[in-house]
Every structure is written in C-alpha cells, then in structure tokens.
Design a protein around this ligand. Structure first.
Ligand code: HEM
Length: 371
C-alpha cells in the first residue's frame, strides 16, 4: 500500500463499504443490490439457453466478473454506476498489464523503462485517474447520496492534504476497493460453481436446501441466507481448496523470533495459504478431496488448527469485505441452483494458475440447463 493507500479505523472509507452496505443501505438493501446484479447475469444465461435449444455450453468466467464488478460498481459509485463500470473495465486491463509486468521481470528500475507493456499500463493509469476525477468534479457541483466514493471524498476533505495529494488519495482508494473485491469474489464464484458441477450429489443437496428455505420463486433475505447451512459448507470448502489469495504477507517492523527462526526487521514474511489449507496434518488424509461435510460443525470442527483456515487473511488487516463477499456468493449460487442445473463440459481443462489470484487458466466451461 502506498503512502496514500487505504486508511483503517472507524472513519476509514474502506471500512465503510461493508458498514454502508449493512447499515446505511440496510442489510436488505445490500441483498437487493446483489439480487439485481445476479438477475442481469441469469437473464443472459436464460436467453442463451433458449436460443441453443434447452442447454448451453457457457464459459462462466466473464459472467462472474461482470456480476462481481456490477455489485462493486453499484456499492461504490451509486447513481454514477455506469461510469463506475467503465472505470472498472480499465482497471481490469491495468491489472492484466501489471501482472504481466511482475511475472516477466524482477529487474530493479524496470518499471520506469518505456517498454510496450509499461506504456500501456501508464496510459491506463492515466485514464482511470481522469475518469475518477471527472466523477468527483461532477459531484462537487451537486449534492450526492452516500455511496463509497462519497465517503472517500469526505475523508479526503478532512485530511488537510494539498490538491495533488488529495487526488491521489481518492484515486488510490477507488483502485484498492476494486483490486481487493472484484477479482477475488469473481474467481471464488467460478471455482465454487465448477465444484458443484463436478459433484452432482452436492449440487442436488444444496438445491434441495435452497428450495426448502426460499421456495420456488427464490428471493433470499438475510434470515434465509443464515439458514442455508449446506451452501455455507460448500462455500467454505471451495475457499479452502481454491483460496483466491494464495499468499498473505506481513513486513516485520522489528526483529522477531519464531521458535528457532529469527526474522530481521524489514523482511517480508509470506504465508502460503494454499499449503496450509491442504496440509493432511491439519485436515486429515482427505485434505485434497472436496468434502464440504468436514465443515458440518463449523471451522473449528473441520480441522486441528482453525486459525490455519484463512481465505480472508488473519488479524487486524484481514479482509474488510468478507461479509459482503459471502453474501454475494450465497445469493448468486442460491439463485443459480434454483433455476439451472450444471455439469462440467467435456471442453473443461482443469488448470489452476497462480496469477494475482488463483484462477482457472483456461476458464470454466459448463453445460447449463434450465430446470
Ligand atoms: C471471496 C472474496 C474475497 C476474498 C477471498 C478476499 C480475501 C482477502 C485477503 C486474503 C485479504 C488480505 C488479508 C490479510 O492480509 O490478512 C483481503 C484484504 C482486503 N479485502 Fe478482501 N477478499 C474478498 C472480497 C472482498 C470484497 C468484496 C471487498 C470489498 C469490496 C474486499 C475488501 C478488502 C480490503 C479493503 C482489504 C484490505 C484490508 C487491509 O489491508 O487493511 N475483499 N481480502
């Protein structure tokens, strides 16, 4: 995080994402926002299935990204939602350019050299900055509802920063929300649907639960989501086997000792989340198997050392969007299973790749049928 990266604490704009969605907007407001975004996706699937004669082969990755981007755009930018979507699409391109950069070279100073890739990333950064600042300018001229961007603006105003620093503060905070909440949620949904398509028994179990809790016109409310235990177990198991964030890192601010190991001040310690999530010593001999039943008694019942389950990180800097992400996944999957049946397409090639997040290298191809 740079100097103007996200701030934490009660008045933090990032903290506000979750707080806003749960209090200002109300829990039901948050749920409606997610249901709206899910409906857009499901309608597009339905029309493809109709056109293709009752069953469609769909690579679901892009749909999951649009869903997750749609939710964050609505939560962050409120009525400026369509401009928000435009910003997010540039940020995605920027993220792709950045991930090529970090994989291709570790040579110091390389990021300042005007290679083709760097020039592309710089141009995108400029675009993103201009687009965000344009919305900010419009907002200064009119009163506005309290969405995340508004909260960032209010924090920036009370921070006594100069104009340049203030602009950077605003742009950095918007970028951080996107990077933290967009790809992570999208890829979690993709993996979870792949696992449900590959494990018909679990798909049937979760569908039966969804229909029992919500009825056939499934429109879940907060209480219904709490009752969906099987779905919760499947999501936990999916985040165990495919944690989108593979590495959680911390910098030692002073020299520290762990058992016989000394970590000097300034060293970055990387925790390999996937390794911890699949260690047979912690999870038992079936550590690599998809078995949501292991979470039947919660996380403490699932493994020997529950703090080693960390899809959302640990400690004071753990994910601020955890509740939002879980609500998104539950609503999305409940609505999908209440209307469609899924199976893996013969085209699907299992190839998880470690990029910025752990993602399916060749996407996830599913055969989707209306129920
Ligand atoms: C399934 C989806 C998600 C996963 C797996 C995930 C995972 C994580 C992880 C592992 C961290 C680092 C925690 C640490 O260092 O201990 C993190 C940080 C963060 N996440 Fe998430 N996240 C998800 C969704 C979201 C969403 C939807 C938002 C908000 C819109 C969000 C906002 C944040 C923020 C702001 C941080 C930075 C916290 C800080 O540095 O203080 N995340 N997330």
């Amino acid at each position: 995080m740079g100097k103007f990266g996200p701030i934490r604490g009660k008045s933090s704009p990032l903290n506000y994402t979750v707080t806003r969605l749960r209090s200002n907007l109300g829990l039901q407001g948050m749920m409606s926002l997610i249901i709206e975004s899910t409906t857009v996706l499901l309608n597009s699937w339905k029309s493809r299935i109709d056109k293709e004669g009752g069953v469609a082969e769909i690579k679901i990755d892009e749909g999951m990204r649009s869903f997750s981007g749609d939710v964050i755009s609505r939560a962050c930018f409120g009525s400026n939602y369509s401009e928000g979507a435009e910003i997010f699409s540039r940020l995605r391109a920027l993220q792709e350019a950045m991930s090529k950069k970090s994989l291709s070279t570790g040579i110091p100073g390389m990021r300042y050299i005007p290679t083709k890739n760097n020039r592309e990333a710089w141009a995108l950064e400029k675009d993103v900055r201009n687009l965000i600042l344009e919305i900010v300018k419009e907002r200064k001229e009119t009163a506005h509802e309290k969405d995340l961007l508004q909260m960032v603006l209010e924090s920036a105003k009370t921070s006594n920063l100069g104009q340049d620093a203030m602009d950077r503060f605003i742009v950095d905070n918007c970028k951080n929300i996107y990077l933290a909440g967009y790809e992570t949620t999208a890829v979690s949904a993709t993996w979870c649907l792949m696992l449900l398509a590959a494990n018909q028994e679990w798909q049937d179990r979760v569908r039966a639960e969804v229909l029992e809790v919500c009825g056939s016109g499934c429109l879940p409310d907060a209480d219904m989501l709490r009752k969906m235990k099987q779905l919760n177990m499947v999501i936990h198991e999916s985040l165990r086997l495919y944690p989108p964030v593979a590495v959680v890192s911390r910098e030692a601010f002073k020299e520290m000792k762990f058992g016989g190991i000394t970590v000097p001040k300034g060293v970055n310690v990387w925790t390999m989340v996937l390794t911890l999530h699949t260690d047979p010593e912690v999870w038992g001999p079936d550590a690599y198997r998809f078995n949501p039943d292991r979470f039947a008694k919660g996380i403490t019942g699932a493994c020997k050392l529950p703090h080693l389950y960390m899809p959302f990180g640990v400690g004071p800097r753990m994910c601020l969007g955890q509740n939002l992400a879980i609500a998104e996944l539950k609503i999305l999957i409940a609505l999908i299973l209440s209307q469609f049946s899924l199976s893996l397409s013969p085209k699907y090639i299992h190839s998880p790749a470690l990029r910025l997040v752990i993602e399916p290298e060749r996407g996830v191809d599913l055969l989707i049928k209306t129920l």
